[in-house]
Design a protein around this ligand. Sequence first.
Ligand SMILES: Cc1ncc(COP(=O)(O)O)c(C=O)c1O
Length: 471
Amino acid sequence: MDSFLRLGDDRQPVLDETFERVRQVWTGFDHAREGEPELSAETRAMLADTLPEHGVNRMIALDQAVHVLDQSLAQSRPRFLAYIGSSGLEIGAVADFLAASYDINVAIDARASSLLEVQTGKWMADFIGFPGRGLFTSGGTVSNITALAAARQRAVPESREQGNTVSMGVYVSSEAHYSNKRAVELLGLGTRSVRAIPIDDHHRMDVAALENHIKIDIAEGITPMCIIASAGTTLTGAVDPLREIARIAAQYDVWMHVDGAYGGPAAGTNLVRDLFDGLDLADSVTIDAHKWMFVPKACSILLVRDYSALAATFGHNEAYMPHVTDEPNPVDVTLEYSRPLRALKLWLGFKAHGAHEFRQAIQHDIRLARETYARASADPHFRVLPTRPQLSIVPLQHIPAGMTDPAHISAHNAALCAAIIEDGRVYLSPAQIDGETWLRPCFTNFRTDMSDVDALFTVIDELGHRIENRG
Ligand SMILES: Cc1ncc(COP(=O)(O)O)c(C=O)c1O
């Protein structure tokens, strides 16, 4: 009998080797490494190879794959403090291996796996105190566009058939994530529909300006379609005043979406729960489990109060898609057809660690951010924002002695950030805040601890002074 694409006798050795490699990788992730490894000439050459017509020895292929991963930028390491990192929760990686091995398609009713998705969505909603259910997507970008499509369906029900027949307004803070703007573009509304509402001193949406804009739009015959509140902006971690925004949304009958892709999970902690007051009044909330719920990419959850709004937006009744129960199929409530079981990594995470441990890990990151802020505030070589971080992003500027000109300080910090990345002990990203360049450490990794904060200051001090003396 012909046999194709099976591992056959190699199955056991490949599994053994894979598990040994994973064990080594996880042990390596426990601690920072002193610098990033070079991308070797050998790896570069291997990655330029042409299509192999015949397979090589499987152990060699596996070894090459691990080399590529080892020479890649890994966010899982404890001193990766750039962007909003993810940290590859170990039990989540196991779940991904299992889910990919079974390769279940949660497009139509997949029996137990469909129930698991519903359960995990409910757990996530309970975790942050939102009265609704969840839907798994590939990321915050897709969750946000899914929410916006539902908001448009509610504001202009005929749009599904007739397109955008009326002008609509979408309201975001001027520092909201650009995926929201992209969603507006993809829905064909045009970015002119986006009202970038000014922010206050805490980088939160100015609610009076929001209300004003809605009133003006209504007076001009524009239909307010959606208010997108940020619960943790990407730039500074600011949480918009959700209760006040919810009041306006109710008053003008506008869908309220909360982009909590980054910050949403913090609503489940005692430490900062108050910041999210009013979250439970939203129509929908985006949470990226691959950010501050620590699981491997890609795993986002769109929580919605009224699940039927999604079915009204995305449902189709095609002959080849059977409906086994009264429940809409996942394809009826999402953008996707073929869908992996993304929920398994969060489900297994909750099962293995419990919600309490997740809350503790998030609070731990917030404390690291507060400590970073406190240390920088007390040091004349640093400038910080006037108020301490709302969540776990701590914008910092290193200030060389006697330097006062903002343009020089920006140039110094841009050069410093490049030097830090080049150095490789700590990984940071720069950010433009109020027209100036800042360093922007962000703590979202359960592996990061106080020794990593120490290392952050050591590296900034050392490289900051070196650049200062150079020029
Ligand atoms: C607030 C916010 N919304 C949405 C996104 C997009 O999420 P994703 O990268 O999962 O598509 C991000 C990413 O950083 C974010 O910070």
